[in-house]
Design a binder for this molecule. Structure first.
Ligand code: OAD
Length: 227
């Protein structure tokens, strides 16, 4: 069976990574516009850099959970495209191939020369200059509001050939990812939705699987693998 799996913050919640919503438009105490827009970066790069450096340091203390591992096993045995909105690298550390459509905390990008580096070690609150062009500060290579997500054409191609879309741990609030479920239903794909709370875009046609991803995803994967 050909599957697309779309994941959001909920899949990493059981690893101890905080989700985004539920805090009244705040992300860890900051207005989202202040820390997740190009304008916020322009206005106060030091605050935004400190905010992401804290998230980048936090990645050193978390590990993939049973849901990430189950999806890796599924991907090894079936035709599975994993698309994640998450900027942590827990799918990758579990051994999955993923399209990280909102970028990755462990990548940094130079706005002057477009150089992108993978960096796990520069974790102080000092800006990191670009080693290629000398620009004074690299930015996190994460997609902010108003920017275009990565891999959109590859994701759409995978959806067009899939028989089922499985959506895990996302509130269905941020587009274009939130639109994939509606597109899949209209195209006749089977749709499965797993999360703790019903997402905004849940529909009676979807198979709704409430609960914690670390418990429910391994169960779903075992079923699909016929175990
Ligand atoms: P949200 O924080 O909006 O939603 C998290 C979802 O995970 C909710 O539906 C919860 O019910 C569910 N959840 C929480 N704990 C769970 C658990 N243990 N098991 C299963 N589900 C659980 O996060 P996202 O939908 O991922 O974008 O947010 C989408 C985007 O908004 C993010 O990628 C980010 C943010 O702005 C960018 O930074 C561009």
């Amino acid at each position: 069976m050909s599957l697309v799996v779309l994941t959001g913050a909920g899949i990493s919640a059981d690893s101890g990574v905080a989700t985004f919503r539920g805090g009244g438009g705040l992300w860890e105490g900051h207005p989202v516009e202040a820390v997740a827009t190009p304008e916020g970066w322009e206005a106060d790069p030091a605050l935004v850099w400190r905010f992401y450096q804290e998230r980048r340091r936090g990645l050193c203390d978390v590990e993939p959970n049973a849901a990430h591992h189950a999806l890796t096993e599924l991907q090894q045995r079936q035709d599975v495209t994993i698309v994640t909105q998450n900027v942590d690298d827990l799918h990758q550390r579990a051994g999955s191939e993923v399209f990280a459509m909102h970028g990755e905390l462990r990548r940094l990008k130079c706005e002057e020369c477009d150089t992108v580096i993978r960096d796990e070690d520069s974790l102080s609150d000092e800006f990191l200059p670009c080693a290629n062009c000398g620009h004074e500060r690299m930015r996190p290579d994460v997609v902010w509001f108003g920017e275009v997500p990565y891999h959109l054409s590859a994701i759409e191609a995978a959806l067009r050939k899939a028989e089922m879309l499985v959506v895990i741990g996302t509130s269905g609030a941020v587009y274009p990812a939130a639109g994939y479920l509606e597109w899949a239903r209209a195209a006749g794909l089977a749709t499965v939705v797993q999360a703790l709370d019903e997402p905004d875009n849940l529909h009676p046609k979807d198979l709704w699987v409430p609960g914690r991803a670390s418990e429910e995803v391994p169960r779903l994967v075992s079923n699909w693998l016929g175990e």
